[in-house]
Design a protein around this ligand. Structure first.
Ligand SMILES: [Zn+2]
Length: 227
């Protein structure tokens, strides 16, 4: 199968991805192993994605892969194994025309929260405005990793921009890599803040104070209750 790619767009998206991966590594939301990120090409029918075995701090124009939305991996200078996360990235792009980039990190605070079976609460004014809700996706019934068939439907709700996979990691999405990166950072920061709040509330025997309730979160609640 041959595809005509806009090479200038491919190179621009690769450079964007390399810069975003470096940033994730530098701000500490992803170590050099694990996690993944991808960006949709202007042609809309393909993405650039980090393959398996390449660290966030090691992405180059040569080792990134171009994959069609139907799952066809295009030939590249260096042949590498596609990412284990490729399936859920494709699933999200196929379901959501408005999503052009995904940053998936194994960041510890948010992943720890989800692994305790808790949805990371949107308790800061920033998360209320920018995210609204970040659903928790549990492991499979057999305690295996979340499948694309489990993750995809979470994003069928057009308001959902982020999710957290128990025992695995976070998903931030956006119109651009920078937007998705910001969400990945905010998710982690919020889980850290939530941990401090919840630990203090518990230690001091306090009642959990209410979180901000306006903007996206309020709309979300109204939609869920049919009001
Ligand atoms: Zn992962």
């Amino acid at each position: 199968m041959s595809h005509t790619l806009d090479q200038a767009d491919v190179l621009a998206k690769k450079d964007d991805l390399i810069a975003t991966a470096k940033r994730s590594f530098e701000v500490g939301i992803q170590t050099n192993a694990g996690g993944n990120l991808s960006v949709r090409l202007a042609s809309r029918d393909a993405i650039v994605i980090k393959p398996s075995g390449v660290g966030f701090n090691e992405c180059t124009r040569e080792n990134l892969q171009v994959v069609m939305l139907d799952g066809t991996v295009l030939a590249s200078e260096i042949e590498l194994k596609p990412s284990k996360d490729l399936g859920f990235h494709l699933e999200i792009y196929r379901r959501r025309e408005d999503i052009n980039a995904i940053v998936h990190c194994h960041s510890p605070w948010a992943t720890g929260y989800a692994s305790a079976g808790l949805e990371v609460p949107c308790l800061t004014v920033q998360t209320v405005e920018k995210i609204g809700r970040m659903p928790l996706v549990p492991l499979t019934e057999n305690l295996g990793p979340q499948t694309p068939e489990m993750i995809g439907p979470v994003f069928d709700d057009p308001k959902i921009r982020a999710a957290v996979l128990a025992n695995h990691g976070t998903i931030g999405t956006g119109k651009s890599l920078m937007a998705a990166q910001y969400l990945a950072e905010i998710i982690e920061e919020t889980a850290h803040i939530a941990f401090v709040r919840d630990t203090m509330v518990k230690t001091l025997g306090l009642k959990t104070p209410p979180s901000p309730d306006y903007g996206t979160a309020k709309d979300e609640k109204a939609a869920l209750s049919g009001g």
